[in-house]
Design a protein around this ligand. Structure first.
Ligand SMILES: Nc1ncnc2c1ncn2[C@@H]1O[C@H](COP(=O)(O)OP(=O)(O)OP(=O)(O)O)[C@@H](O)[C@H]1O
Ligand SMILES: [Mg+2]
Length: 463
């Protein structure tokens, strides 16, 4: 048997064609010796391959001889994922980690608390080098290493014990009841993107499978999700694979083909990126009436894959905003409650009415306006006590929008989390984070946690 990297066009094909169909059998792991999508506490592994021995008392912190395998899309540069894999290996004390995108194949090893590159080859060389790979991480080899060095080979349960967190595997596909929420206001800068990113992170931390869709040509959500780490246009991998493809093509560019894993939070969230080219591509879409419903149809195909889909929208009444409001079940309207934002609510209301008329034709119920979210609210105590309640009342009484109980205050940590970066040599690489990954003990993290709880109970995903 051999492996052909050209067959892997996206992450799920790397998982199925390289890892499940070729690598694991070639290394001697039969299906009873490996597990897919294993959640250990807040770490979610793509694959975990184990030897057959069971060490029920392996609650000590010595290294465990097993293999974590992380698959990435061929479009992703593995360099950006080494840090995450190193974290898994050191946190779980697992000796071997494989990182591959089908084109690049690497084995990392935990040696004296340091994670080192042990082996690397190209995808096209994997078949030729499978013996060498097997000599490092093959099942027979790991069983003998474990026996000779009396390092515990491990079974899944003992690994769970070591991190003292319950094992939770993902919900079976059939029980999901996917809800799609658009975050929209036609006024700019009110916190739509900040809400999308941090709400997604809060929900993902609760074990929900979340998909973000960026429908704004500014691509701020795409950036904030960590998907714009390239320096030059030549390296722009998003140009030909983004939300435009999803809404333009009726019979290709399905959500699993285009979705990427965001690097801004953990557990990971899938993201359909946007692109600056959406601006001029809009004209092509306008000429094609069916483009308004392609997203609805493609979301229907992944309804068992996600619990929540969050759609970030442009500050506009344009076609992309329409597509978002046609595809969503619910709408959240972030607003700083200032006069312009309030006056803008009339536009939002008229716009939603127009969309609802269209939705009748495609047999979709009216948009469920979940509420206005007070966002970027000043923390000044007098303001919060005296003025804010009045402003919230105005929104309810004059504009007819109910207001969420949770308020997201203006706090510097939120913008600093998105502006986070790392240095690689003398290169400054953007490394945006959700507030939970940047400053988990902050007031903003607590506010987004509260927001997630309020929204989940309103949409029936939490009692
Ligand atoms: N609660 C907050 N506290 C502090 N800064 C915030 C907060 N919310 C948003 N910001 C900052 O305000 C700016 C605008 O926020 P954001 O991009 O989320 O708004 P938006 O509604 O998505 O804007 P646009 O309409 O341009 O897409 C950003 O610089 C962001 O970091
Ligand atoms: Mg935005």
């Amino acid at each position: 048997m051999s492996f052909n990297p050209n067959l892997c066009r996206n992450e799920s094909e790397v998982e199925s064609k390289l890892i499940v169909q070729y690598l694991l059998p070639a290394l001697g792991y039969d299906p009873s010796k490996w597990h897919q999508e294993v959640a250990l506490g807040n770490i979610r592994l793509d694959f975990l391959a184990l030897t057959s021995q069971v060490f029920p008392s392996a609650t000590d912190s010595s290294p465990k001889v097993c293999v974590v395998i992380e698959a990435k899309s061929p479009k992703q540069n593995l360099n950006f994922h080494v840090r995450r894999l190193s974290y898994y290996l050191t946190k779980l004390q697992v000796v071997y980690g494989v990182l591959t995108n089908g084109k690049d194949f690497r084995i990392y090893e935990l040696v004296n608390e340091q994670v080192k590159l042990n082996f690397q080859c190209q995808g096209a060389e994997i078949t030729d080098k499978i013996k060498k790979i097997s000599d490092i991480i093959g099942r027979d080899r790991l069983s003998s290493v474990a026996i000779n060095k009396s390092i515990p080979a491990i079974n899944l349960l003992s690994l769970v014990e070591t991190i003292t967190q319950p094992l939770t595997t993902l919900k079976p596909k059939t029980v999901r009841n996917m809800k799609t929420i658009a975050i929209y206001h036609n006024k700019g800068g009110v916190g739509k993107t900040t809400t999308t990113i941090n709400l997604a992170a809060a929900m993902s931390r609760k074990g929900l499978k979340v998909l973000i869709i960026d429908l704004d040509s500014q691509a701020n959500t795409t950036y904030a999700a960590g998907l714009m780490k390239f320096d030059t246009e030549e390296d722009d991998t998003l140009k030909d694979s983004n939300i435009y493809n999803v809404v333009f093509y009726p019979k290709s560019s399905y959500i699993p083909d285009i979705a990427l894993k965001g690097t801004f939070t953990y557990p990971e969230v899938d993201v359909i990126p946007a692109h600056i080219n959406l601006i001029w591509q809009e004209a092509r879409l306008v000429d094609k009436d069916s483009s308004k419903t392609h997203l609805v149809k493609k979301l229907e195909l992944v309804k068992d894959d996600y619990d929540v889909v969050l759609i970030d929208t442009p500050p506009s009444l344009n076609l992309y905003a329409k597509i978002a409001l046609i595809a969503c079940d619910y709408l959240i309207v972030p607003s700083d409650l200032k006069p312009f934002a309030n006056e803008g609510l009339r536009n939002v209301k008229n716009f939603v009415e127009e969309i609802d008329e269209f939705r009748v034709f495609i047999n979709r119920p009216a948009v469920n306006i979940l509420r206005v979210l007070p966002s970027k609210i000043l923390t000044n105590a007098n303001y919060v006590k005296a003025t804010l309640p009045k402003q919230e009342k105005v929104v309810e009484e004059r504009y007819g929008f109910p207001v969420l109980e949770t308020r997201i205050f203006q706090r510097e940590d939120l913008s600093r989390a998105i502006d986070n970066f790392v240095m690689e040599g003398d290169r400054q690489i953007p490394d945006p984070k959700s507030i939970f990954d940047f400053k988990p003990d902050s007031m903003s993290a607590a506010e987004f946690e509260e927001l997630a709880n309020e929204i989940l109970s309103k949409i029936g995903l939490r009692s």
